[in-house]
Design a protein around this ligand. Sequence first.
Ligand code: ATP
Ligand code: MG
Length: 388
Amino acid sequence: MNKVILLKYGEIILKGLNRPIFEDALIKNLKQSAFGEKVKIWKAQATIYVEALDDTVDMDNLAVRLSKVFGIVSATVAYTVPKELDKICELAATLIKNEKGNTFKVETKRADKNFPIKSPVVSMEVGGAILDANPNLTVDVHNPDILVMVEIRDFAAYIYMSKIQGVGGMPVGTNGKATLLLSGGIDSPVAGYMVAKRGVTIDAVHFYSYPYTSERAKEKVLELAQILADYCGRINVHIVPFTEIQLAINEKCPQEQMTVIMRRIMMYIANAVAKKNGSLGLITGESIGQVASQTIQALGVTDDASELPVFRPVIGMDKDEIITIARKIGTFETSILPYEDCCTVFTPKHPNTKPVLEKIKKSESLLDLQPMMERSLEGVETVVVKRR
Ligand code: ATP
Ligand code: MG
């Protein structure tokens, strides 16, 4: 039996004259995600079709993979049948035998308005055929165990009984690029996911302080980047050596100001990396009041160090809410692995929760920052992480 994956997209439909640009970007990303599979991908009538070119393709598995591409709201493995009522009835009556449940309902969508039989009539006929062939089943139009969908489209009719929910959003590549400050924590991967979901291409920077942070901590960050790349495609992860700077802050700056100074320097360096890679903004996983460096005053002092706009998509979220998303996207289990982060290694006991910009700038001037930042930037190692 001929199977095809039908992919539906959401917001792109509203794009008017620009719609083809978004559709083409989406198809490009889907092709990247399906790389290595023998399939043909094309669009027609606000639907993207994925057709297997031989039977080595595991269509169910592929549908799950494609449902994770930003822009897709649903993925369905459907059976193709010629647009003839008796053939549609016959196939539906056979397919339903594989489903679990006692009640069903048939819904028909007629995208091909030239098809002579109206949708309610098709549904009724198909329902009748199902009942004839499956006397154990009954119809329940309100709360059916099995929803039988029939779509009559230009080339053929399609039947399916389940749908995979897609991730939604906009195709990556349609909304510029931003650089994510990726720690090994729970929040920053979620922040990156949320911005990428709006069509933004992501690069990442990670600051590490070897030997205070271990090789394993770095691997954990790359694993997080890998999970994100499964949604948004390739991510270049720029790993920045940060030990010298942290030791200098530790030595020269007042204890209670250390964290916010460190965050400002992260911003300087992230800006330099971002400009080099063509990013138009930075992304962090900060949330108001979560820790001392995320009071509204500290965020202001941090922002002052960034020329590029800083996007903080989890700014108004409670930790619980962020965790819910982390679990859903699959980063949570990796994020909670107990490897140290460079922030936690050098955390002061009593950080200043209401830093004043002028004072912080004065302390910062005690550091001979420029040459240290240059050394850091020279030491950047870039790891390319691709969609699996
Ligand atoms: P996360 O927010 O990822 O859970 P966290 O809760 O430890 O980490 P902070 O240490 O306060 O948060 O850091 C706030 C934000 O700063 C992070 O969300 C992340 O964007 C950025 N950040 C922190 N540490 C690093 C690092 N080592 N490398 C890159 N970015 C970092
Ligand atoms: Mg955090």
